[in-house]
Design a protein around this ligand. Structure first.
Ligand code: XMP
Length: 509
């Protein structure tokens, strides 16, 4: 065991909540990492490298998946093992119990009854409580020698133990399970886990990961001035020193003043970027294109080409990206997830022939924020609202032209200025203007005019997975509408978007 904290591997069998297990364990003060079961060698090796092993849930049946060797190795290691759902059934199967289809498959809230209240797993818990289940199969009879600790209607062996190995059929990692967090904490305490790990410790672990992935080579980091790419680049800088080259590609689709602000902020944390002005290339490639996904693909493609050109020029072999966990899910990079939008920092980048290094891939935004503060990233970057990779290309509906970009920039600047002057900027997740593809009639002076409709979007959100429209003061909205229609040529109407996500997305395209 390393000094100061224990390390727990979560072997990921593809369960929806596997990442949550690792996250909860980190919150409980041990270091925990996901190890995909599909990388069989890594998973087997993890049993040796870590102090304890969690076998996660998974979508398959233990009879079809063929992960027995991992569970057997975990059991024979004598180390603490916790099987959850699929992991629990896998322990049941390899140790010789009866695992089969449950007479009552359980989905959702389910009552469990504790049969061995003296087991350390259940310290401080009542005899019955409600947990989150999601399974067809169940352990129907325990393997020989294992004690049955709990049961439910559909799971005669809802929890079981043999020495340092335990299995639970339910998902203690999800917030719908009562006493879930306590159960994981009790499990750690039951084997004397050292709970001294703090998120800040992650910086060294992640830097070590980057060092290992990049080896002796040079890496480029595509920086945007957003928190994710800044933190990823800073970690890589720590790992690689000057062998890390931050590159900022100016695609000409940034909001007003963004390029100057971003380069200044990055320089202030020691990441003075190489700025590549490529606006002509992007605008040329976007000419005549109206389909949103096509626009994203084109921006992603050109972005990749330019990055590759820079990487070659700099002699780089690896690309450091600030992909975080929600990006991975929304881009459908996990099996079974749908592609919602092609985020160009994940799915949209063509294969560049560079090694992709993503130190933040398993982290949530709030974890990245904590690390950012620890690394001394200025609040202006930490609190900066996200700008989509394709920038204003997805905030100008339809074809992107220089003229429309200018209109969108001016309108957007007014929205920002007014919301910030009202002191509301910090309370909002994002606020911006969209140049819609609609045209409408207006009257300016004495003449009728026919011009653009600008939509204003301002939302509250915690993680961008869901969002609700902000209830901006009416006077503020009227002031924004008045300024945009009088100061931005060609705009005759301003509307406010009051749709939540879902069903809408935050961006319009
Ligand atoms: P949506 O519009 O899908 O956006 O609700 C969720 C969050 O992601 C941002 N976004 C992007 N970020 N590349 C990015 O890096 C993209 O292509 C992209 N599209 C949307 C959006 O601003 C919001 O914060």
């Amino acid at each position: 065991m390393e000094s100061g904290y224990s390390r727990v591997a979560v072997i990921d069998f593809g369960g929806q909540y596997a990442h949550l297990i690792a996250r909860r364990l980190r919150e409980l003060g041990v270091y925990s990492e996901l190890v995909p079961a599909a990388a069989r060698g890594d998973a087997l090796e993890a049993v040796d490298r870590y102090d304890a092993v969690v076998l996660s849930g998974g979508p398959q049946s233990v009879w079809e998946a063929g992960h027995d060797d991992i569970a057997l190795k975990a059991l024979s290691s004598g180390k603490p093992v916790l099987g959850i759902c699929y992991g629990h059934q896998l322990l049941g199967k390899v140790a010789g119990g009866l695992v089969s289809r449950s007479p009552y498959p359980e989905f959702g809230p389910t009552e469990v009854e504790i049969l061995e209240p003296g087991d350390p797993l259940f310290r401080g818990m009542p005899q019955r409580f409600t947990v989150w289940m999601s399974h067809n199969d169940a352990v129907l009879e325990p393997p020989r020698g294992w004690r049955v600790l709990a049961r439910s209607r559909g799971s005669p062996v809802a929890a079981m133990r043999l020495g340092p190995a335990v299995g639970v059929q339910w998902h203690p990692e999800v917030s719908h399970s009562e006493y879930g967090f306590e159960l994981l904490g009790n499990w750690l305490d039951s084997w004397g886990a050292v709970r001294g790990w703090r998120p800040e410790g992650l910086i060294d672990v992640l830097a070590e990961y980057v060092r290992r992935e990049v080896g002796e080579g040079v890496a480029v980091a595509a920086v945007s001035g957003g928190i994710d790419s800044t933190v990823a680049a800073l970690i890589a800088r720590r790992a690689l020193g000057e062998r890390l080259k931050p590159v900022f590609i100016d695609h000409g689709l940034h909001p007003s003043g963004e390029v100057e602000r971003v380069t200044r902020l990055l320089a202030s944390v020691g990441l003075d970027p190489i700025v590549v002005d490529a606006s002509h290339e992007f605008l040329g490639a976007l000419r005549g294109v109206v389909d949103p996904e096509e626009k994203r693909r084109i921006v992603g493609k050109i972005y990749g080409e330019i990055l590759l050109r820079e990487a070659k020029r700099l002699g780089a072999t690896a690309l450091v990206q600030g992909t975080i966990y929600p990006d991975v899910i929304e881009s459908g990079a996990r099996p079974g997830a749908d592609t919602i939008k092609t985020h160009h920092n994940v799915g949209g980048l063509p294969d560049l022939g560079l090694k992709i290094v993503e130190p933040l891939r398993y982290l949530y935004k709030d974890e990245v924020r904590r690390i950012a503060r620890q690394l001394g990233v200025p609040e202006e970057i930490i609190k900066k609202q996200p700008v989509p990779g394709p920038g204003l290309a997805v905030r100008v509906e339809g074809e992107v032209t220089l003229e429309k970009l200018a209109v969108a920039r001016m309108a957007d600047r007014i929205v920002r200025e007014e919301i910030e002057a009202a002191g509301l900027g910090e309370a909002l997740w994002q606020y911006f203007a969209v140049l819609t593809a609609s045209k409408a009639t207006g009257v300016k002076g004495d003449a009728r005019s026919y011009g653009y409709v600008v939509a204003v979007r301002a939302v509250h959100s915690v993680d961008a997975m869901t969002a609700r429209p902000a209830r901006l003061p009416w006077e503020l909205l009227e002031r924004i509408a008045h300024r945009i229609t009088s100061e931005v040529p060609g705009v005759v109407r301003v509307v406010y978007d009051i749709t939540s996500k879902p069903p809408a997305t935050i961006e319009w395209e």
